[in-house]
Design a protein around this ligand. Structure first.
Ligand code: AHR
Length: 506
């Protein structure tokens, strides 16, 4: 089998917004408690943040983190998480049927985000609450001083405002499971009013309106049309979510699900254009894909546990163990975000620590990287710049979710200085190597600077606390530059590749 991709310096898609390599931290399971925050842990700093976890987050060069939910936010009172810790109330969290101690709230998250070198994206409760609580939250976070809420923040030890630039108008409001679920018309109206109020406060703030929880919802994509009809002029992004799994234990079919992600983005791009035209608007609403990941390994069992447990505090929940198969697939999803960088400006792998996460911890024990950490890390560190159009040809396969699925999945990003290109390539074949030719038009003197790959015989192999480096990238040797300046070689079956090329203009 052989595939060919052509890249040309002049043929570009869009600049890639670094925020497509973002993540998400929800107050659920052990994401916050014993995830990022564990006072008394041997690696905890003076404020209780785990420095081993912080190091791993910093190594991801994480641009943005969404907080505090998720389903959790739809019944959350942000005021419970501010002020002296000993006075903060313990509350029931209806989303995950757990107890929330509120020992971490928005101020602690701001401290953590600073340490992690990341931007905060805050979600407000538009399920059980509304405009007043949201604008109070904004005033508490962003106003410099001299008002009730901003002075309260100073009293809590945070004189400087947090200056949060981007705000999510609720979470998954299309989902009947959501506390305070609304119809598209009700939600669209509310979201528009809140977004307007936020911009009365500061017209440079950006807001994200909820689109569909997934593309299988009965209301999809009518939900987006109705919500945008009501809010197009005041919002900046529409949020989409989607989780994937190999429930059928059919790897080729699983890998083809990246095409569903692509179709989802294209469809909602069409809805955005439709509403834009209908409103004779000049503004472009962009996509904020603020929850995506693989989530299926223990999903059913977790659902049963939640239904039967008695409001535990920070229990292990959604602690998916990711394998090599998942890491290759996550690489494919990131390729979609790069190739659709004209539409998608923010994307958040859900989530960051312990809960469906690239980083796992043991309470009182170590932290380690899961297999999916690595494609996210390479994309985040090297996938910044301008996405190049990929013209490709090669063998394909048919499966249940799609037809003509290419075995080669490739994206390429030209770095800002024009002197290097990152190529992210996957061979989806389970049993055959894929010969690869990448024609680099408009570039000269290309050299391979680095080639890392994830591959192996056992797709189900994964890292664990005992064997933390079972799945780690290895240097690849299968690709070379030929004397015409073309990248050539062969990708082993079931493999993910990151290739860094240095280039000059032709
Ligand atoms: O990330 C886990 C959950 O998935 C989030 O709380 C919710 O928004 C989504 O359904």
């Amino acid at each position: 089998m052989r595939a060919k991709a052509t890249l040309n310096r002049e043929y570009t898609i869009s600049s890639v917004d670094k925020r497509v390599y973002g993540s998400f931290l929800e107050h659920m399971g052990r994401a916050v408690y014993t995830g990022i925050y564990e006072p008394g842990h041997e690696n905890a700093d003076k404020d209780g943040f785990r420095t081993d976890v912080l190091d791993m987050v910093r190594d991801l060069d994480m641009p943005i983190v969404r907080y505090p939910g998720g389903n959790f936010v739809s019944a959350y009172r942000w005021e419970d998480g501010i002020g002296p810790r000993e006075e903060r109330p313990v509350r029931l969290d209806l989303a995950w049927r757990t107890r929330e101690t509120n020992q971490v709230g928005v101020n602690e998250f701001a401290d953590w985000a600073k340490l992690a070198g990341t931007e905060m994206m805050l979600a407000m409760n538009l399920g059980s609450r509304g405009l007043d609580d949201a604008r109070n939250f904004l005033e508490y976070c962003n106003h410099p001083g001299g008002t009730y809420w901003s002075d309260l923040r100073s009293k809590h030890g945070y004189k400087e405002p947090h200056n949060v630039r981007i705000w999510c108008l609720g979470n998954e409001m299309d989902g009947p499971w959501q506390v305070g679920h609304k119809s598209a018309a009700e939600y669209g109206h509310l979201a528009n009013e809140v977004s307007k109020a936020f911009k009365y406060f500061d017209k440079t703030l950006e807001t994200v309106v909820c689109g569909s929880s997934n593309d299988k919802m009965k209301t999809y994509p009518e939900w987006e049309a109705t919500v945008l009809e009501a809010s197009y002029d005041s919002v900046d992004y529409i949020s989409l979510h989607k989780y994937f799994g190999n429930e059928e234990q059919d790897t080729l079919n699983y890998y083809a699900k990246a095409i569903e992600l692509d179709r989802y983005i294209v469809t909602i791009g069409g809805v955005i254009d439709y509403i834009k035209a209908k409103k004779r608007s000049k503004r472009d609403v962009k996509i904020c894909f603020d929850e995506w990941n693989v989530w299926y390994h223990d999903r059913k069992e977790d659902g049963e546990r939640i239904a039967s447990w008695d409001w535990p505090e920070a229990p292990p929940l959604l602690e998916e163990l990711y394998n090599l198969e998942d890491a290759i697939f996550v690489g494919s999803l990131l390729n979609v975000f790069i190739r659709r960088s004209d539409r998608v400006k923010i994307a958040c792998m859900a989530q960051l620590v312990n809960v469906i996460a690239p980083i796992l911890t043991k309470a009182g024990g170590p932290a380690w990287r899961q297999s999916i950490y690595y494609p996210l890390q390479y994309a985040s560190k090297y996938g910044r710049g301008t996405a190049l159009t990929v013209a490709q040809s090669g063998p394909t396969y048919d499966c249940e979710v799609a037809q003509d699925v290419p075995y080669l999945d490739l994206s390429a990003v030209l770095h800002e200085d024009g002197k290097s290109i990152a190529v992210f390539a996957i061979n989806r074949s389970l049993d055959e190597p894929l010969g690869l030719t990448v024609d680099l038009q408009g570039f000269k003197g290309a050299k391979i600077v680095e080639h890392q790959m994830l591959a192996g015989d056992d797709l189900k192999a994964r890292n664990s606390v005992e064997d933390q480096n079972r799945i780690v990238p290895k240097s690849g040797k299968e690709l070379t530059m030929d004397d015409t300046g073309t990248l050539v070689g062969s990708l082993p079956p079931r493999s993910y590749h990151f290739v860094l090329l240095s280039v000059a203009s032709a």
